[in-house]
Structure formats: structure tokens, C-alpha cells
Ligand binder design. Structure first.
Ligand code: HEC
Length: 147
């Protein structure tokens, strides 16, 4: 019994350690997100993490890794779509250009779909060219809508 207790304590300590280490990378975004309930920031936390993984996967030319990295984006995109259409989104900048935001968001998710197709075929050249387009899409949207 005594020993088992010890193992449980070590296990709990490990989980805490993993949570602490895992948490550091996202501290700035999470801190902002905690201030108000902001659906765009919530999606961006997911997009940001996924995009880093996509870049590594494309860098090593692995279609299966790209597909794995893309998975969390599907649910996030649906939620943003719902929020857009229920009026739950607020933009930090150029709020009146919401239709342009919708266009950019749709284009972004169109590239994501194309990337998934290329990854299914393990087409490395196409994966690379689409990932470059995604990078442009991040920067373009932020230029217009992020403070
Ligand atoms: C269609 C528009 C759009 C696209 C595309 C987009 N973002 Fe964003 N992103 C935003 C907006 C708007 C904010 C600011 C949200 C706020 O502060 O309320 C933001 C915020 C962020 C943040 C929060 C960090 C900070 O300093 O405020 C990160 C990280 C981020 N985006 C990463 C990405 C990455 C990586 C991509 C591309 C793979 C991307 N975004 C694509 C609109 C977009």
C-alpha cells in the first residue's frame, strides 16, 4: 500500500511537470484569451500550434505528419464559421470590413483543404507551395484585422 501511494505521488508530479512545460509555449496567447471570451483568439491558439507542426512536417516532407497536424483545425474552423454567422465574433481592427474577414477566412480554409489533399497524395512540392500561401494568409489577415 505504502509503495502504491508513492507511485501515485510520482505519477501526479510527472503530470504536473508535463502540464507546466507544455504550458510555457502558449502563455502569452492564453493570458490574453483569459481576459475575455474571444473566439478568434481561441481559434488562433489552435491555428498557431497546428501551423508550427505543419511547417515541421512539410520541412521533412511527410504527408502523414501534415495530416496529423491538420486534424485540430477542422473543428476550430467549424466553430469560427458558427461564430461568424451568429455574430459572436468581434474584430480588434477594421470591424466594419467583416465581409473581407469572411473572405480571408474562407480562403485560408480553402488552402487548408488543398493542403490535406496534397498530404493524402504525399505530394511534397504541392505541400510546400500551399504552406507558403498559408503563411501569406496569416500575415495578410493580421495586417488588416489584428492590432
Ligand atoms: C482570416 C484572418 C486570420 C487568419 C487567416 C489568421 N489569423 Fe491569426 N489572428 C487573426 C486576428 C483577427 C487576431 C487577433 C485576435 C484578437 O486579438 O482579438 C489573430 C491573432 C493571432 C495570434 C495571437 C497572437 C497575438 O500576438 O495577438 C496568433 C499567434 C495567430 N493569430 C497566429 C496565426 C497563424 C500562425 C496563422 C496562419 C497559419 C493565422 N493566425 C491566420 C486573424 C487571422
Amino acid at each position: 500500500m505504502k509503495n502504491r501511494g508513492g507511485f501515485v505521488a510520482i505519477g501526479a508530479g510527472m503530470v504536473l511537470l508535463v502540464l507546466l512545460i507544455g504550458g510555457f509555449g502558449e502563455v502569452p496567447v492564453k493570458a490574453v484569451a483569459a481576459v475575455g471570451d474571444n473566439p478568434i483568439l481561441d481559434e488562433m491558439v489552435i491555428v498557431d500550434k497546428a501551423f508550427r507542426e505543419i511547417v515541421s512536417a512539410v520541412a521533412v516532407g511527410s504527408g502523414p505528419k501534415v495530416l496529423r497536424a491538420l486534424q485540430p483545425l477542422h473543428a476550430a474552423s467549424e466553430k469560427t464559421y458558427d461564430d461568424l454567422h451568429s455574430g459572436a465574433l468581434t474584430l480588434p481592427k477594421n470591424e466594419k470590413n467583416i465581409s473581407e474577414f469572411v473572405n480571408m477566412d474562407e480562403k485560408f480554409h480553402h488552402h487548408i483543404e488543398k493542403l490535406a489533399e496534397a498530404a493524402h497524395k504525399d505530394n511534397k512540392d504541392t505541400m510546400l507551395s500551399i504552406t507558403k500561401k498559408l503563411m501569406d494568409a496569416c500575415v495578410n489577415c493580421h495586417k488588416t484585422f489584428k492590432q
